[in-house]
Each structure stands twice: as structure tokens, then as C-alpha cells.
Write a protein that binds this ligand. Structure first.
Ligand SMILES: Nc1nc2c(ncn2[C@@H]2O[C@H](COP(=O)(O)OP(=O)(O)OP(=O)(O)O)[C@@H](O)[C@H]2O)c(=O)[nH]1
Ligand SMILES: [Mg+2]
Length: 228
């Protein structure tokens, strides 16, 4: 690709994410060989990513590796470890997303035998994480009902690139304006292919359907890999 600047031509040899995408493919190949389901969770700060992971880990009672991305602190790793997962913390020191190189390094330092599920909790925001492939099988976007129904319209890439939408904090619905019900149709307007779950990590409403989806996805990954 060449960009004319008037006096000279700048040749762009590779997109910014090109090198990232090659590493993401290596991660995909590793997870296929090992029959491990990899989920990438993205959301704005505080939507309930860690709460959903804690619940999922406690419920599944299987060996789960959680890779936590945060600018600073290991607070979320402490939470998921207390729930029974193996947690690996990545501190981006101000960086707004995880990239595939970080995930590959985390996986290289870990014995994956027995692991059936890797959950990546991306850095909390709806912009940058959507643009970086981490080699995941599925991207899960979590939207708290409290965040406003307009988020899929303002941050469409996060919803477009996701396979699953978890609408969390449904226990707070009685205290929110009627318009919060528009979150689901707004998201489906952006991406009609989204599989949607409505959950509360507080009351546990809707979590059974989510757990079933995770289990079915793990089973499918196991079978697909056998025949791959
Ligand atoms: N009422 C209610 N509160 C929730 C629910 N899920 C999570 N919370 C609360 O929301 C806050 C943020 O939850 P976290 O799980 O830390 O959110 P997060 O997306 O991991 O946040 P970051 O990692 O900082 O981006 C915590 O105080 C949780 O207890 C829910 O379903 N209902
Ligand atoms: Mg968190």
C-alpha cells in the first residue's frame, strides 16, 4: 500500500495489527491442539467482568486459567484465585488493551495440562480491546444495565466484533429508567448475530443459561479439535 504525501511516497508494509494477528493465530493453533476454549471478555470498567468470572469458576469446578489485564494492581487476580482459578496478572501500566504477545507469554509460562478453559479479562474500556485479536474462540462483551442503553451505538466496534453479549446487573432494573430496556435492541441493531444473556451476578438470575453456553462451547471445542 502506498500513501502519496506530495513530495514522497510512504510504503506501509504491514498493518499495525499484522504482527499481532500472526501471534493470535499461533494461540488459536495451540488452543485447538490442546482442546482449550479461550474467551476474551471486554467491557467498560466495572460492568462485572471479574464478578462473572468468579461465578463461572466457582460453578464449573474445572481447571480454569484466568489472564487478567489491568493498568495497575493485581486485585482481580486475587479475586479469581480466591474463587479457585489459576490467575495470571498482566499490568499494562497505562496501556488500554491486551495484545496477543502478552497472552502468548502468559501461556508459555504456564503448564496447560488439565486446563480446559482460558478466560482473558481485558482492560476495562470499549474501544481499544475490540481492535486486538488475542486468539480467542469467542469475544464476550459485558454491558452493565446501569451504563446506559446508548453504549452499543456509541461504541459499535465492541458489539460488532463480539459473539456474545452479557447484559449484567439486571437486579438494578427496578431503580433505572425505562430506557434501560433499549440496551438489548440497540445491541442487536448493531450486531444481529449476538447471542444474548441477561444476568445478575448479585442475585444469580440468568447465570444458568450463561454457564450452559460456556459448557457447551467447551464440549464443542473438545470435539472439534479431535476431528481437526
Ligand atoms: N448490583 C450488581 N452489582 C454487580 C453485579 N456484577 C458486579 N457488580 C458490582 O459491580 C462492581 C464492579 O464489578 P467488577 O466485577 O469488579 O467489574 P469489572 O468489569 O471486572 O471491573 P474492572 O476490572 O475494573 O473493569 C463491583 O462492586 C461488583 O460487586 C451485578 O450483577 N449486580
Ligand atoms: Mg475486573
Amino acid at each position: 500500500m502506498g500513501l502519496e504525501t506530495g513530495t514522497r511516497t510512504i510504503v506501509v508494509r504491514e498493518s499495525v495489527t499484522g504482527a499481532n494477528d500472526r501471534i493470535a493465530e499461533r494461540i488459536r493453533s495451540l488452543s485447538r491442539d490442546r482442546r482449550i476454549l479461550v474467551l476474551n471478555l471486554i467491557s467498560s470498567p466495572g460492568a462485572g467482568k471479574t464478578a462473572l468470572i468468579e461465578k463461572t469458576v466457582r460453578h464449573l469446578k474445572t481447571s480454569v486459567l484466568v489472564i487478567e489485564g489491568d493498568p495497575y494492581t493485581a486485585l482481580d487476580t486475587e479475586r479469581v484465585s480466591a474463587a479457585g482459578a489459576t490467575g495470571i496478572q498482566i499490568n499494562t501500566r497505562g496501556g488500554c488493551h491486551l495484545d496477543a504477545r502478552m497472552i502468548e507469554q502468559a501461556l508459555e509460562g504456564h503448564d496447560l495440562s488439565g486446563t480446559r478453559l482460558v478466560i482473558i479479562e481485558n482492560v476495562g474500556n470499549l474501544l481499544c480491546p475490540a481492535a486486538w485479536d488475542l486468539g480467542q474462540d469467542s469475544t464476550v462483551v459485558i454491558a452493565g444495565l446501569t451504563e446506559g442503553a446508548d453504549k452499543p451505538l456509541k461504541y459499535p466496534d465492541a458489539f460488532l466484533r463480539a459473539d456474545v453479549l452479557v447484559i449484567n446487573k439486571t437486579d438494578l432494573k427496578p431503580y433505572l429508567p425505562e430506557s434501560c430496556s433499549l440496551l438489548r435492541p440497540n445491541a442487536l441493531g448493531v450486531n444481529p448475530d449476538l447471542t444474548v444473556f441477561e444476568t445478575s451476578c448479585l442475585s444469580e438470575s440468568g447465570l444458568d443459561e450463561w454457564y450452559r453456553w460456556v459448557r457447551d462451547s467447551m464440549d464443542r471445542k473438545g470435539k472439534d479439535s479431535v476431528h481437526a
